[in-house]
Design a protein around this ligand. Structure first.
Ligand code: NDP
Length: 450
């Protein structure tokens, strides 16, 4: 039917674009995976015969719903809620909820699609899903956020469960939002089903290290990748974009390992602090006061604030860790980073580098850790939270941290071995896609056409 696997992938990609119009982020995520999979399909024609990839690019279920709520002035507001249950071949759907005005079905689909491979790479039994809303928590009172979360859960609760689908946080969804949603789920179902959501507070079923896990995991992965090439983070100058959950704990762990973080950002601009970012100030501004990063310079007059958040990539560095959002590094930023001597890039955010930017890093000999592998520590620790909930036990910080460290090492090893197996040494984009895919594909083969 197809003269070769490459032609099959190209044809499938055209069908995905035609069938999912106006979803550029989803197309981008599928394109990257299909580019990696052609070599696997050449060796495994049975995956083509069984329609494995055709089934993988089609979500098992997509739910879109109305979320009405009343703001502080008594006006009715209406947002849109999403949950995309992408693939459950290896376990219950698992993936975060994003609350941000830019959220639409294409963004949730790109995130859910990536989640399938990421979750597989963790080695834990979790399928892929993602959800969220175009609600903007910024500038809303706690009461407004609570009413929104309750209304959101009033519909979502029908579709989730500890053995069905287990949401967590993402952009705009932290401990506060998870708490309100868990409270509403408990009220609606009348059961303390702790394993239905992860990222919960420690006193009602949360796990130690979950808050830090994506950032710490990213740094463990980066250190592993650098060690494998005879290098380490010690003494390196590092850029960390964003100043949210992932960025803060990436910065914390990288500093612990001896790196100097000189810049961080938010969606308005970035701060440059030649002496090294003072993380206590960032935590106070972002975690406690919910303020803008521009306020940082009031506390550190020697630091500089620059409006325009992608300007951060013009700052010379050894290592860049994008931790804000998708497509924050385009071809031009990638070129600038390489020109300024950046040798290592590892993605804390999901798909922060455009396809062109990724190619520039790979061609330029930059050690590149793709998101699916490098930021999998968050979801891995969420799965550890589910395990503790099932056992009704709590592990210590050290126990969870050690498991996270081991998982990140295993992900690096699995991705780099897959890259070698398919003749593309050090291409971890290919390695992570292939290693994540093969396990899901085998499970789908075993379970028949469902
Ligand atoms: P947060 O909401 O805590 O922080 C997001 C940060 O990115 C903020 O500083 C935000 O600035 C900044 N930002 C800049 N531009 C944008 C933009 N256009 N849209 C949204 N945010 C922007 O989110 P997280 O730290 O949880 O998530 C960051 C990234 O990491 C996302 O890509 C997410 O999918 C990914 N990720 C998160 C995991 C987790 O465990 N939380 C797990 C794996 C991946 P501002 O405050 O101005 O909006």
């Amino acid at each position: 039917m197809y003269s070769n696997a490459r032609q099959y992938c190209d044809d499938l990609f055209q069908r995905v674009v035609a069938r999912n119009a106006n979803e550029p982020e989803f197309h981008q995520a599928v394109r990257e995976v299909l580019d990696s999979l052609a070599v696997v399909l050449e060796r495994h024609p049975e995956y083509i015969e069984e329609g494995i990839v055709e089934r993988l690019v089609e979500p098992e279920r997509q739910i879109i719903f109305r979320v009405p709520w009343v703001d502080d002035s008594g006006r009715v507001q209406v947002n849109r809620g999403f949950r995309v249950q992408f693939n459950s071949a290896i376990g219950p759907y698992k993936g975060g909820l994003r609350f941000h005005p830019s959220v639409n079905v294409g963004i949730i689909k790109f995130l859910g699609f990536e989640q399938i491979f990421k979750n597989s790479l963790t080695g834990l039994p979790i399928g892929g899903g993602k959800g969220g809303s175009d609600f903007d928590p910024k500038g809303k009172s706690d009461g407004e956020v609570m009413r929104f979360c309750q209304s959101f859960m009033a519909e979502l609760y029908r579709h989730i469960g500890q053995d069905i689908d287990v949401p967590a946080g993402d952009i705009g969804v932290g401990a506060r939002e998870i708490g309100y949603m868990y409270g509403q789920y408990k009220r609606l179902t009348g059961a303390c089903e702790a394993g239905v959501l992860t990222g919960k507070g420690l006193i009602y079923g949360g796990s130690l290290v979950r808050k830090q896990a994506t950032g710490y995991g990213l740094v463990y992965f980066t250190e592993e990748m650098m060690n494998d090439h005879g290098d380490s983070l010690r003494g390196k100058t590092v850029l960390v974009s964003g100043s949210g959950n992932v960025s803060i704990y990436t910065t914390e762990k990288a500093m612990e390992l001896g790196a100097k973080i000189v810049a961080m950002s938010d969606s308005n601009g970035y701060v440059y602090d030649a002496g090294g970012i003072d993380l206590d100030i960032v935590k106070q501004l972002k975690e406690v006061e919910r303020k803008r990063i521009s306020e940082y310079v009031k506390h550190r007059p020697a630091a500089e604030y620059h409006p325009g958040w992608t300007g951060i990539w013009n700052v010379p560095c050894d290592v860049a860790l994008p931790c804000a959002t998708q497509n924050e590094i385009d071809a031009q930023s990638a070129q600038t980073l390489v020109k300024n001597g950046c040798r290592v890039v590892a993605e804390g955010a999901n798909m922060p580098t455009s396809l062109e930017g990724t190619e520039i890093f790979l061609q330029g000999g930059v050690l590149f850790g793709p998101a699916k592998a490098a930021n999998a520590g968050g979801v891995a620790t969420s799965a550890l939270e589910m395990s503790q909930n099932s056992m009704r036990l709590s592990w210590t910080f050290e126990e969870v941290d050690e498991k996270l460290r081991r998982i990140m090492k295993n992900i690096y090893v699995a991705s780099s071995q897959a890259a070698v197996e398919y003749g593309r040494r050090d291409n971890l984009v290919l390695g992570a896609n292939v290693a994540g895919f093969k396990k899901v594909a085998e499970a789908m083969m075993a379970q028949g056409v469902v």
